[in-house]
Design a binder for this molecule. Structure first.
Ligand SMILES: Cc1ncc(COP(=O)(O)O)c(C=O)c1O
Length: 381
């Protein structure tokens, strides 16, 4: 059995989430817009999930717009806000997920000015650069809370307060933070934030944009008027129900889980240091307790991931969404990591099911794989 160490890419479905979804996959087939009994059952299930998702981030149910995931929610925020504005400035960090940087680049092609905030060697947004960006009075601003590769946590509340003080509409992608650190809509001082179900042991294909109801957000996809007219399309009831259930579970024992995962990650990082690994973002004041992003000098990250998989350990090289490309991680390059070292990047992201035995087994497998790969390289030279 493969030991799964890639929870930032996606997580296994919690059996309790599966149980909550099952009736809506099997029997309760209603369309939430239908007037009959089965339609009402579906509508009530969505309402309950909306309340669960809202509670997970300290928001009101009416603020939750369900989408097909984090990608769609980020696109909805950027494209849906821009649709009601004249081209202006959009500021994002240099390490955003492609589903934020992609739509921002599209705005640039439509006449917007795109500014990417610099980050330091540890992947933290550069405060001076952020101040300079605020002075330019951007219309839109998006900085993620926790990074999918490094796990580095940004001071979103501080940045957001400055940006909204100068008139920006502020958004944060909190997809990787939810369930790992506390996330509170108001405390983050944002106008909108993005969530995804499959990163918190929920189903793939569900997410949400949580918004300040005063925003002039426009639909980018119109249809039957679902989700307050902001996201047309028949609701994916089982996935939304699963998302709600996963949110409730993600909040339960969050602190306890984080402490346990931190201890496991510390154990992992001590072992990695002993093997001479470079750990990216290690100097940041706060990193997710489950994430370690590292490289062994001279060894290609993809080769390591493939060989580790053969040894029974599933890890990630860079961002899962872009892992089909062998280009070094854009985020590591933005952090000033040399391309050669960045090509060596491997991400271990732990989950509730991992334990110390698995971490020790992984370290042993890594040492064996690394020595084999180094041997092969020596022969090739
Ligand atoms: C930070 C971040 N934002 C957004 C997404 C996209 O979310 P989804 O897979 O639900 O579309 C991901 C997924 O990898 C992510 O890590």
């Amino acid at each position: 059995m493969t030991v799964y160490l890639d929870h930032n890419a996606t997580t296994p479905l919690d059996p309790r989430v599966f149980d909550a979804m099952l009736p809506f996959l099997r029997d309760a087939c209603g369309n939430a817009s239908s007037r009959h009994e089965l339609g009402t059952v579906a509508r009530q299930a969505i309402d309950r999930a909306r309340a669960q998702v809202a509670a997970a981030v300290g928001a009101q149910p009416a603020q939750v717009i369900f989408t097909s995931g984090g990608t769609e929610a980020n696109n909805l925020f950027i494209r849906g806000m821009a649709a009601g504005m004249k081209p202006g400035r959009i500021t994002i960090s240099a390490i955003e997920h492609p589903c934020v940087s992609g739509p921002a680049q599209d705005l640039q092609r439509q006449g917007w000015t795109l500014r990417r905030l610099k980050v330091d060697r540890d992947g933290r947004v550069d405060a001076a650069d952020a101040e300079a960006a605020v002075a330019e009075k951007p219309a839109l601003w998006s900085v993620m809370l926790a990074h999918n590769e490094t796990g580095v946590v940004q001071d979103v509340a501080v940045l957001a307060e400055r940006a909204r003080g100068s008139g920006a509409i502020v958004h944060s992608d909190v997809v990787q933070a939810l369930g790992k650190i506390p996330v509170d809509f108001r405390a983050l001082k944002v106008h909108a934030l993005t969530l995804s179900a499959h990163k918190i042991n929920g189903p793939k294909g569900a997410g949400a944009l949580v918004i300040d109801k005063r925003l002039d957000l426009r639909a980018v996809q119109s249809g039957g008027g679902q989700e307050q007219g902001l996201r047309g399309g028949t609701e994916n009831v089982p996935a939304i129900v699963g998302f709600g259930a996963a949110c409730e579970l993600a909040l339960a024992n969050l602190d306890e889980r984080a402490v346990r995962l931190r201890a496991l990650c510390d154990r992992l990082e001590r072992g990695l240091a002993a093997q001479g690994a470079v750990i990216f973002g290690a100097g940041a004041p706060q990193r997710l307790s489950n994430t370690t992003y590292f490289a062994l000098r001279g060894i290609h990250g993809e080769a390591l991931v493939i060989e580790l998989d053969k040894s029974g350990y599933a890890t990630g090289s860079g961002a899962a969404c872009s892992s089909s490309s062998s280009a070094p991680s854009a985020s590591l390059l933005a952090m000033g990591v040399e391309p050669e070292l960045a090509r060596g990047a491997v991400r271990v992201s732990l989950g509730a099911g991992n334990d110390a035995l698995q971490v020790d087994g992984f370290l042993q497998a890594l040492a064996a794989v690394a020595s084999r790969l180094r041997g092969l390289q020596a022969v090739a030279v």
